[in-house]
Write a protein that binds this ligand. Sequence first.
Ligand SMILES: *Cc1c(COP(=O)(O)O)cnc(C)c1O
Length: 359
Amino acid sequence: MQTKAPLGRHFASDNYAGICPEAFAAMTQANRGHEVSYGEDTWTAKAADLIREVFETECEVFFVFNGTSANSLSLASLCQSYHSILCHEIAHVEGSECGAPEFFANGTKVLLLPGADGKIDHKSIERAVNRRADIHFPKARALSLTQVTEVGTAYSLDELGALANAARHFNLRIQMDGARFANAVASLGVAPKQITWQAGVDVLCFGGSKNGIALGEAVVFFNRELAQEFDYRCKQGGQLASKMRFLSAPWVGMLQDGAWLRHAAHSNAMAKRLEAAIRPLPGIRISYPVQSNAVFAKIPDAVVGEMHRRGWRFYTRIGGWEESRLMCSWDTTPEDVDAFAADLRELSVPDQGVGAQAK
Ligand SMILES: *Cc1c(COP(=O)(O)O)cnc(C)c1O
């Protein structure tokens, strides 16, 4: 298919992008000679130490292959099978993990909470916990927060504080799905500790793939007691890499000189540029505040169809949303954004209609 996308880059997902140079260089270095297997190597130790530095605290760190396993295994370590996990109704944990959290937690029920802009309304926690307090209903034990959310919004410090208060009050442990945690830190301009352990987060799934590494996420236990025997859980769940250094070395490349935050800030800035370019276009409506590397926009179906025919890839109506989701990544360039926006502008001329433009 002919594509207008410069260098074949797209806005479908931040996981369409390749491996960033810093992560790749570390993998190349890790590829020199032999190393001890199953995480007993120097790269894994170094990567875990760098994560402790980034969060300015002692914590237990595990490297796994993907976000679904990071979420599922970490949630399983917070709950017994008769407990429940509270999360937002559009959370990845609920809608995009094929029931893995329930499976790995041996049947722990996931209960859904509402809230605008993809964020849990803290008042809904009390309602969910108090709705049923009898022996016949699974007892709420964990709160799962996505930072940034599935629609690219970021929980502010105040919002996290209110959620943490409610969680503490009802004795809920907090798990954070941080598939795009770097984008949150860059967007909020905070220290990583402020939106994690200082905000009551017990365990963070720190995303690597969407930030620019090949694959892998770090599971970071700030509540170190909860990490007990997590290594067994990883192994049983098929998440203990024998050549662990290739999961961990990229983290060294990302963290040692701040590349993780540079890339996140860049992809956030590209999303802002995209938003600014397409917000004024007739027929286009931006759906949520742009606070990370995602722009959700309502784009007329005919325009979406023509953009796809021109070779631009992006998702529309995934997960039941009516919007198109436009994701920027570490390697999105201003030229990519401008070329996409120029096509959209050409197709979004009022009165003449899409038919006239689509020839
Ligand atoms: C991408 C993503 C994940 C991880 O998904 P995997 O495909 O399992 O790596 C988790 N949570 C959110 C919010 C995501 O966007």
